[in-house]
Design a protein around this ligand. Structure first.
Ligand code: MLT
Length: 369
């Protein structure tokens, strides 16, 4: 992947930084008074919401009565280090990185809420070591992400972005955009979890033959989604399209690299709406250069945002979007609501749901503190 300084990053960070500073000049805009309830003797628990979480989250948290909130954009690492000691809980989306040094400074933190599914932006080991429960929102953006996967596949199959640009440029080049059909092609799904299954049912509706590889899914569940479970080698060898739907961890990083791509059919299409890095980007660029891969659709990148001169950007048979899988009005409202309820119940009532880490040998669950 390209390491050049990223020109996209500068205005984005500047904007967020301004927002954080502006918020801090008027500390605790929704506070009822510096951590207390202004006379009723109730100690308020403080929750920091970053990454512009939908406003429903604040309303839900404050309705608990013993919680005050502060909502900001995406803080820089140094801002986060400075702010984190003040809060009992934090709710984040994917841009905020809760690294080990940040968690080390989080002296009061009991709960981390992830408004989304992936927790690869949280150092889970560091949180677990400090007894901090991490909760995500596992169901809320499944449909949006599955729909986006199909949108990317169709856009790639019919070259919609390039055709659109061409019409906008005043051209009418019907012969330049000869797409391919999805129907009757073999779609290989890597990871048949919630999103993978929703992608499967939609792909079946498009007339695709769907196969899947997932080491922990029962073949009977795959059958319900209209999918046939196959081995890793079979998936790699037989698929015309491959889409990945796994978390990013040590076992899935560069899961698809040069060796796997070389074993695929010539003309294969590859799609990643899960996490950047599951498909090795330089292997993809090499395979597009060499013609072995016909097209690539990426919603996620190894580094987000990617460098402006990323190698993949010069290829014609590519479709990109800026990590939009869960980015619909519907999903964002749902993730904010779900995670705010989880964090509120945990902080206010000690009821824990959707925990992803194991504290003292046990996964926290409803009814445990
Ligand atoms: C998720 O992990 O839920 C999605 O990728 C969306 C996001 O990161 O916010």
């Amino acid at each position: 992947m390209d390491d050049e300084p990223d020109v996209h990053e500068v205005p984005e960070l500047r904007e967020h930084t301004d927002e954080v500073v502006a918020t801090r000049e008027q500390p605790r805009p929704r506070s009822t008074g510096g951590g207390s309830d202004g006379g009723r003797g109730l100690e308020l628990k403080r929750v920091l919401l970053t990454d512009k979480i939908a406003p429903e989250a604040e309303r839900i948290l404050e309705a608990f009565g013993d919680i005050e909130t502060m909502s900001i954009g995406t803080p820089s690492n140094s801002e986060l280090l400075e702010m984190i000691p003040e809060f009992e809980a934090i709710i984040i989306r994917s841009p905020t990185k809760l690294t080990a040094p940040v968690i080390e400074k989080a002296d009061r933190l009991k709960f981390i809420g992830r408004a989304g599914v992936g927790v690869d932006n949280i150092d889970l080991a560091a949180a677990t070591k400090r007894g901090i429960v991490v909760m995500n929102s596992p169901r809320s953006n499944t449909i949006s992400t599955a729909e986006h996967t199909l949108a990317m596949m169709l856009a790639l199959a019919r070259e919609i972005p390039r055709a659109h640009d061409s019409v906008m440029a005043g051209e009418w080049k019907r012969d330049s955009f000869k797409g391919v059909e999805l129907a009757e092609k073999i779609l290989g799904i890597v990871g048949l979890g919630r999103v993978g299954r929703e992608v499967a049912t939609r792909a079946v509706a498009f007339g695709m033959n769907v196969i899947a590889f997932d080491p922990i899914v029962n073949p009977a569940e795959a059958w319900v989604a209209g999918t046939k479970m196959v081995t890793w080698e079979e998936l790699i060898t037989y698929s015309d399209w491959i889409t990945v739907h796994t978390p990013l961890d040590d076992s899935t990083k560069s899961l698809i690299g040069p060796t796997e791509i070389a074993a695929m059919k010539t003309g294969v299409f590859l799609v990643n709406v899960a996490r950047g890095g599951i498909i090795d980007e330089s292997a993809l660029a090499d395979a597009l250069d060499g013609g072995h891969v016909s097209g690539v659709a990426l919603d996620v990148f190894e580094k987000e945002p990617p460098a402006a001169n990323h190698r993949l950007f010069k290829h014609p048979r590519v479709v990109f979007s800026p990590h939009l899988g869960g980015q619909t009005v519907d999903a964002q409202r749902r993730v904010a609501t779900d995670v705010a309820e989880s964090v509120g119940l945990a902080l206010s009532r000690g009821e824990i749901r959707d925990a992803v880490n194991v504290i003292n040998g046990q996964r926290p669950s409803v009814g445990t503190e």
